[in-house]
Design a binder for this molecule. Structure first.
Ligand SMILES: Nc1ncnc2c1ncn2[C@@H]1O[C@H](COP(=O)(O)OP(=O)(O)OP(=O)(O)O)[C@@H](O)[C@H]1O
Ligand SMILES: [Mg+2]
Length: 250
C-alpha cells in the first residue's frame, strides 16, 4: 500500500535568509499513524508542516499525498487542503473570519457541501472541541486556548486524512488536552494520520507510534519511541528531561 505522505529531500530557504530552514528533510507517514515531530527551537518543524500543507513551496524536493505530487496551482492546493488540515503554532495567524461559526464553516462550505450538511459538520466539530457556546463570538475576542480549539474545530470539520498540529497542546488546559487526545485517537482508529509537533517528550514517549526528530532542517531519525529514547545521541540532542524537583528553575 502507498504511504499517505512522502516528503522527499525537501530544501527551503526563507527569502532573504542566509541559512536553509529545510536542508534535505524527508519523512514518510502511513495511514492511521500517530507521528510526533520533535526538535529544538528552529530545527524546522513548523517549516516542514507548512510545506506539507502547501503553504510553502520547496526550493527542491517533492511531496506526495496519497501517491499524488502536490500541484501548486489553485485547484491542486484546494484538493490538497481537503486531505491535509493544519493547526498553526500561533492561532492568531489562522482565524480570519468575523465570527467563530463563520471560521469553522469556511472550509466545509468551500467543499461544495449543502449549507445544512456544512452546518451539521460545524456543530459537531464545535461540540467536540468545546466551543459550541462560542459560535457567535468574534474570533478576536477569544482566549488563546479558545482560539486553538476553534482552529482545531475548523480542521476537524473538513474531515482530513492527515492532521498537522503545530504545538497545539501547550496552550490547552489539562481537560482539553485529554479531550483532544481522545478525539485524535478516534480519528486514528478511522485511519486518519496525525503529525504533532511538540516539545513535550512525554507525548512523544507515550502517545506516538513513530517519532521524527528534526535537527538543522533535516529529519535525523524516524522510529518508534522506544528506539528514539534508547538512543543516547538523540536523547542528548533533545535536551535535559529532568523532573521538576531537579530542574535548575530556582
Ligand atoms: N518567516 C521566516 N523568515 C525567515 N526565517 C524563518 C522564518 N520562519 C522560520 N525561520 C527560520 O527557519 C528555521 C526553522 O524554523 P521553524 O519555525 O521551522 O522551527 P521550529 O522547529 O518550528 O522551531 P520552534 O520549536 O521554535 O517552533 C529557523 O532557523 C528560523 O529562524
Ligand atoms: Mg515551530
Amino acid at each position: 500500500m502507498n504511504p499517505l505522505l512522502v516528503c522527499d529531500q525537501l530544501h527551503y530557504h526563507f527569502p532573504g535568509s542566509s541559512q536553509a530552514a529545510l536542508a534535505g528533510a524527508s519523512l514518510t507517514v502511513a495511514a492511521g499513524q500517530r507521528v510526533v515531530l520533535l526538535g529544538r527551537n528552529g530545527a524546522g518543524k513548523s517549516t516542514l508542516l507548512l510545506h506539507i500543507n502547501g503553504l510553502l513551496r520547496p526550493n527542491a524536493g517533492t511531496i506526495q499525498v496519497e501517491g499524488q505530487t502536490i500541484a501548486y496551482h489553485r485547484r491542486g492546493l484546494n484538493a490538497l487542503r481537503r486531505r491535509v488540515g493544519l493547526i498553526l503554532q500561533n492561532p492568531d495567524e489562522q482565524l480570519f473570519s468575523a465570527s467563530v461559526a463563520q471560521d469553522i464553516s469556511f472550509g466545509p462550505l468551500n467543499l461544495g457541501l449543502s449549507v445544512a450538511a456544512a452546518e451539521e459538520r460545524v456543530a459537531h466539530a464545535a461540540e467536540l472541541c468545546g466551543v459550541g457556546a462560542l459560535l457567535d463570538r468574534p474570533t478576536h475576542a477569544l482566549s488563546g486556548g479558545e482560539k486553538t480549539r476553534v482552529a482545531l474545530a475548523g480542521v476537524l470539520a473538513m474531515q482530513p486524512k492527515l492532521i498537522l498540529a503545530d504545538e497545539v497542546m501547550a496552550g490547552l488546559d489539562p481537560w482539553m488536552r485529554q479531550q483532544l487526545f481522545t478525539i485524535l485517537n478516534q480519528l486514528v482508529a478511522q485511519g486518519t494520520s496525525i503529525i504533532l509537533a511538540t516539545h513535550d517528550l512525554d507525548i512523544a514517549r507515550h502517545w506516538a507510534d513513530v517519532v521524527a526528530v528534526m535537527d538543522q532542517g533535516r529529519v535525523v531519525a524516524l522510529a518508534p519511541p522506544a528506539t528514539i529514547f534508547g538512543d543516547a545521541t538523540l536523547v542528548a540532542l533533545l535536551g535535559p528531561r529532568a523532573p521538576w524537583g531537579e530542574m535548575k528553575a530556582r
